[in-house]
Design a protein around this ligand. Structure first.
Ligand code: 5GP
Ligand code: ZN
Length: 136
């Protein structure tokens, strides 16, 4: 399969691994958006969150605090963003991965949410939550 992360798992292309177990691999993101930027991936090839089965999700996410704590201990960031991009144009590599992005003062990393507090009515919130609940 022509998947760069499967090739990393197989050792066919090099990577800087920080953690590995039967189901999961964590390695440094090649771009190092901030110091310690790490990716955590399942060894099973899964395209993105829409295809993630519960067992793989459980095996994967149990590793997240382990790596987050290691990054905190290693680099003393002011915080860590955890990000996962799904589907084009957000997603570049179609093998599910979680970004752990340690943050530092003035690191220039642009990750933010938009604050629309107070702009929407209770009806609006009710409509949204109903739609989501019906879709589960
Ligand atoms: P996304 O799919 O979430 O947009 O981003 C994919 C991420 O994979 C990017 O942050 C990119 O730097 C990283 N990446 C792409 N190719 C490689 C590679 O060959 N090695 C490593 N270590 N990271 C990669
Ligand atoms: Zn893959």
């Amino acid at each position: 399969m022509d998947c760069i992360f499967c090739k990393i798992i197989a050792g066919e292309i090099p990577s800087f691994k920080v953690y590995e177990d039967e189901n999961v691999l964590a390695f440094l993101d090649i771009t190092q958006g901030t110091k310690g930027h790490t990716l955590i991936i399942p060894k099973k090839h899964i395209k993105n969150v829409y295809d993630l089965d519960e067992e793989t999700a459980a095996n994967l996410f149990k590793v997240v605090p382990k790596i987050a704590n290691a990054l905190k201990k290693s680099f003393n960031p002011i915080g860590i963003n955890i990000v996962n991009n799904n589907d084009k144009p957000l997603q570049q590599v179609f093998h599910y991965h979680i970004h752990l992005i340690p943050r530092y003062e003035n690191d220039g990393m642009k990750l933010s949410t938009i604050n629309n507090y107070g702009k929407f009515s209770n009806d609006y919130f009710n409509n949204l939550s109903d739609l989501i609940k019906k879709s589960i």
